[in-house]
Design a protein around this ligand. Sequence first.
Ligand code: NAX
Length: 333
Amino acid sequence: MEQPTTVTITGAGGQIGYALLFRIAAGEMLGPDRPVRLRLLEIPQGLTAAEGAALELQDCAFPLLDGVEITDDPVTGFDGANIAMLVGARPRGPGMERADLLAANAGIFGPQGAAIAAAAASDVRVVVVGNPANTNALIAAASAQGVPADRFSALTRLDHNRAVGQLAEMLDARADEIERMVIWGNHSATQFADVSSAAFRDVPVIDALAERLGGATEAVAWLDDTFLPRVAKRGAEIIEVRGSSSVASAANAALEHVRDEQRGTPWTSAAVVSRGEYGVPEGLVCSFPVTSDGSGYRVLEGIDLDERGRALFDRSVAELVSERDTVRALGVL
Ligand code: NAX
């Protein structure tokens, strides 16, 4: 058995935290050979909910669970962390402008980035789930002096999985028969869910859709009018139908993001710090097609985007630039 891996989860007393903790402790994220030590980082108001979850974790008697600690101090929370999952964030309140939201979250992710730099293990990897996830990750990375920027990522795996789910339903397929889906850009309504590289049983998805829907024109119309808006607005659809935001699917996506980064994957989508790939300004945390050999996500380069796809991607990148500029104007970066 390996040494325990320390996993810090912020906002662990919240809904996604509750859906995530038990699956991590059961070994679903890091595998059956890696014991885990859980650190639950909350704000004072969230501590009792985290304590309740910790009692239940104890009652599960998970063989891989090497301990649970709860704190509201970021430096204690990230002490020795190998993996940090930043879930807790400030939600948009009534009448709150986007700049206010970015500023409020900068007040969370700046200090957390600094605490990661001060206390986390030298191999720490960080994923930001709390929204606005891409720009929160940018702020955390910029505040974590001495920690390489490529250790930071943000979650777009839920968007990726939502897109795969929609395609699987339309093609009467299992999700694992859909390969090479790509989410480009921001985790927001401007994201671009791109099927142009995707395949279904080794047939281009676009051809499989044309066969299913009776022609290429019908396939393109379905993609533009139904698929793209549905994936981009799926969060709102879940709230409307369920009466509450996505929780289990978000926790599942966060778990798969870390699992694939740590254990390897040939292809998925994740928001990572741009090094200029696909012309995206350096330093932005942008969703790309990525691969991992177990040592971190790397952008898959050389994927063709047609003119229309490029325009959609550029629109989302422009939003990321504007978020970054807003945060810069606040003096955070
Ligand atoms: P909850 O409101 O249920 O839980 C958030 C928890 O974070 C609370 O317990 C709160 O006390 C804690 N918290 C707040 N500030 C904190 C801080 N500074 N340090 C530590 N903990 C802090 O929200 P939940 O449904 O769990 O969602 C969490 C976040 O995920 C939200 O920002 C949400 O917008 C975001 N999402 C991101 C998704 C993605 O794909 N990137 C999808 C799902 C979700 O919408």
